[in-house]
Design a protein around this ligand. Structure first.
Ligand code: F6P
Length: 368
């Protein structure tokens, strides 16, 4: 009987609970023993039955409709060091876990990929320092790992949609609709800052869905002069046609052409100074991450959970560790290592101000 553990890691995302539920129940259905690792990588580093817990079918009852993650999550500094990963490997082996499914964003899956690639040297060190037996060393030669992408940011390459992104988008759109009503009453402008880290997906999609007047995203930096002139032209035109509201969406990672951040405060100042608009700033913050998942995320999380267990059971020592993605409405298994590398090369290209390359990489399957 295989023992399959699941953990959630990084920022929580609506739909993570549905993913855990599907993994636990599919594992049981397939005759395996399911485990949950509490508090993300933190739980792996701490180890023991408090953090690596065996689960029953009933434990995850009703989880599809619950927001957040009931097994906890953390951004764990210790796991970023080899010493932390060594403890993690020891604790997984002590718990008798054969396979680990990680539901998290690009940082968490990069950690998972590193753990996988280091595994042979970690278990060698554990054997040499007598922290695991010779038998365990032989039994746990291969770390069977699989990623499902849970993040509101939708910033992972090779998958069209991450678990939680559409729920967060829905929350942002509702909030902007509420703001629109008060903006209309006072004929005001609102600068709305949305999450997404270095990715503009949430801001762009929310801007389209709410017919915002102007949108700032990290992927399309402009010089201060350019964005100020363009934004003021557009807003002035809309106002001249009788529009009583102005909505400007700013992604939290928005940057100018010289890579300096564009803050909602900068945008506020321009709207006030150049257009004399009565302007307010609204930072939506963590409301964007909380609450229940929309139907799409629940379904995506459930299907990907089932597929993750299937992938783990199909895996051989020669199969690359998979990431469960969705491409053009179909679930697909991608090599985790490629998805992580491609995601990193997009970030590197943005850092090097090579936006053309970043865009081409984001749309491609090509891995440098
Ligand atoms: O990655 C998800 C995310 O919500 C980002 O959009 C945001 O930048 C970050 O996490 C916020 O992190 P924290 O909850 O640790 O403040």
């Amino acid at each position: 009987q295989k023992a399959i553990a699941v953990m959630t890691s990084g920022g929580d995302a609506p739909g993570m609970n549905a993913n855990v539920r599907a993994i636990v129940r599919t594992a049981i259905f397939k005759g395996c023993r399911p485990y949950v690792v509490m508090e993300g990588y933190e739980g792996l580093v701490r180890g023991g039955p408090e953090y690596i817990r065996e689960c029953t079918w009933e434990d995850v009852r009703g989880w599809s409709s619950e927001g957040g993650t009931n097994i906890g999550t953390a951004r764990c500094m210790e796991f970023k060091e080899r010493a932390g990963r060594l403890k993690g490997a020891q604790h997984l082996i002590e718990a008798g876990v054969d396979a680990l499914i990680v539901c998290g964003g690009d940082g968490s899956l990069t950690g998972a990929d590193l753990f996988r690639s280091e595994w042979p040297s970690l278990i060698k060190e554990l054997k040499e320092t007598k922290r695991i037996s010779e038998d365990d060393f032989n039994r746990y030669q291969h770390l069977n790992i699989c990623g499902t992408v849970g993040s509101i940011d939708n910033d992972m390459s090779t998958t069209d949609s991450t678990i939680g992104a559409y729920s967060s988008l829905d929350r942002i759109c509702r909030a902007v609709d509420y703001i629109e009503a008060t903006a209309n009453s006072h004929s005001r402008a609102f600068v709305v800052e949305v999450m997404g880290r270095n990715c503009g997906w949430l801001a762009l999609m929310a801007g389209i869905a709410t017919s915002a007047d102007y949108i700032f995203i990290p992927e399309k930096p402009a010089s201060s002069r350019e964005w100020q002139d363009q934004m003021c032209d557009i807003v002035a035109k809309h106002r001249a046609r009788g529009k009583r509201t102005t909505i400007v969406i700013v992604a939290e990672g928005a940057i100018a052409a010289d890579l300096t951040p564009i803050s909602p405060k900068d945008v506020h100042k321009v709207l006030v100074d150049r257009l004399q608009l009565d302007t307010r700033v609204t930072t939506l913050g963590h409301v964007q991450r909380g609450g229940t998942a929309v139907a799409f995320d629940r379904i995506l999380a459930t299907l990907q959970g089932v597929e993750a267990v299937n992938a783990v059971l199909d895996s051989t020592p020669d199969t690359p560790s998979p990431l469960i993605a969705i491409n053009e409405n179909k679930l697909v298994r991608k090599p985790l290592v490629d998805s992580v590398r491609l995601t990193k090369s997009v970030a590197d290209a943005i850092q090097a101000k090579d936006f053309k390359k970043a865009m081409a990489l984001r749309d491609s399957e090509f891995v440098e």
